[in-house]
Design a protein around this ligand. Structure first.
Ligand code: PHE
Length: 451
């Protein structure tokens, strides 16, 4: 007899857990800085269009694959056509690569939160604080271990008692915090220049890089092409309206990204006296620029505490989904029980996180492909593996099992309103776009600038 698969208790549980996975560092830190870099309003517009077409198609395809088969990535592909099991393996590889370095950044967020909470906000805003912290050996490892432990406890408890419960509490809090800080930020004196830059599309800033940048961000932000949505779909009950749930996850994810921009772009504009390049600080934005911005504001310490706890929640629910996916795959494949799998996966994460962490200090001399370890893992997963997995997922759905298989699954309990869009996207448009992303991001990384 097969063991009964765990499941979410209902629609809300699924939507909040999947949104918990999607909403993470990508929304709160990466989206605002990319929006500023790629021309503000125009990036926002392109992103929104892609989210309702491209993002919708891939997400509904993955969730339906999971629900149809009741299995996580490897099993799902294998069950439908064993020649394509390799796509499942590739998909499974992505969270395995991402999780350890995601926990390193999660550890940094934890550190900043405690620094603000314990009255060290002034020193956290000093020049050199961030570099000084990440280049140490013991401290970052300690914080990432705490972060991994927090993640593991939730996964250990299981789908309904752990993942779903935590998401139901943290996600609404996250919405309140994001909207609240955004309102505070747009009411700062002098914020209007930043708001206009962020909201008003300026078509002279449009270029193909805007589209490629937005598409890469979309994948990462919606946790696509890494087996996560397949796994979460496999926990979804058959009577839940799939299309509606996917739309809600998208609105959640895009909404939080939008408000994150609203809280960060105007505030940085005010701080820098209207200089858009100040927000273009890349990875340093959250840990170097923002603490300074907070300390220049009235009630800065409190805003900083709220902000970092918000980021911590978001990062935690995302890392839970990463660990849950790996645990689910090991349980499906190796028939381990959940608890044993959770312990082993956590130990693995602790070990593999070491190079990403030490790469900024003791091991900074070792640079795979000229990048730090963390950037290297990020590059392999986001720029290489994810477009490959997404491309083959489109081919698999579009030409092997045929879109009808997915449509039938969706129509089990409700009409599929955007079926036409789905079919055209998955067969023709998405595969072509994915090849363009893959080629351009690899060439960019190799230093051959194409577009
Ligand atoms: N979607 C998450 C974010 O926006 C990132 C993430 C990637 C989460 C991969 C889980 C898995 O930050």
């Amino acid at each position: 007899m097969e063991k009964k698969r765990s499941s979410f208790s209902g629609k809300l549980g699924f939507v909040l857990a999947a949104a918990g996975s999607a909403v993470g560092l990508g929304n709160l830190w990466r989206f605002p800085y990319l929006a500023a870099k790629y021309g503000g309003g125009i990036f926002l517009l392109v992103y929104l269009i892609l989210a309702v077409t491209f993002g919708f198609t891939l997400m509904i395809g993955e969730v339906a694959l999971g629900r149809k088969t009741g299995l996580s990535a490897i099993g799902a592909f294998k069950k439908l056509n064993s020649k394509y099991t390799f796509v499942g393996y590739f998909a499974a590889l992505v969270p395995i690569i991402i999780m350890p370095y995601y926990c390193v950044i999660g550890g940094w967020v934890f550190k900043y939160f405690t620094a603000f909470l314990t009255g060290h906000s002034q020193s956290a805003a000093q020049d050199g604080y961030f570099e000084g912290f990440i280049s140490q050996t013991g401290q970052p490892i300690l914080w990432q271990s705490v972060f991994i432990l927090g993640t593991a406890i939730v996964v250990f408890l299981g789908v309904e008692k752990g993942v779903e419960k935590v998401s139901k509490v943290l996600m609404p809090l996250l919405v309140i915090l994001t909207v609240g800080i955004a309102i505070y930020s747009v009411t700062l004196p002098g914020a209007s220049a930043g708001i206009i830059y962020y909201l008003k599309p300026d078509f002279t800033h449009f270029s193909i890089t805007t589209v490629v940048g937005a598409m890469g961000q979309l994948f990462y932000s919606m946790s696509l092409a890494m087996g996560i949505m397949i796994t979460y779909g496999s926990y979804m009950k058959k009577d839940v309206n799939l299309e509606k749930s996917v739309s809600q996850i998208e609105i959640f994810d895009t909404g939080i990204a939008f408000f994150a921009g609203m809280m960060i772009v105007p505030a940085v504009f005010v701080f820098s006296g209207g200089d858009a390049s100040a927000i273009n600080a890349g990875p340093g934005l959250m840990f170097v620029t923002l603490p300074k911005v907070f300390m220049s504001m009235p009630f800065g310490t409190i805003i900083g505490i709220l902000f970092f706890i918000l980021v911590l929640f978001a990062a935690l629910t995302s890392s839970i989904s990463l660990m849950e996916t790996i645990v689910s795959i090991t349980c499906d494949r190796l028939h381990w029980n959940r608890r044993l799998a959770t312990i082993i996966v956590s130990l693995f994460a602790l070990a593999v996180a070491l190079p990403s962490s030490l790469g900024f200090g003791a091991w900074s001399g070792i640079q795979p492909m000229g990048m730090s370890f963390l950037d290297f893992f990020d590059f392999i997963s986001n720029s290489v593996l994810m477009p490959i997995v997404a491309f083959f997922t489109c081919i698999f759905i579009g030409y092997v099992i045929k879109p009808k298989t997915i449509s039938d699954e969706i129509k089990l309990n409700s009409p599929f309103k955007r079926e036409k869009l789905f079919v055209v996207m998955i067969k023709y448009i998405a595969p072509v776009c994915l090849i363009i992303i893959l080629v351009s991001s690899i060439l960019n990384a190799l230093g051959i600038f194409v577009i």
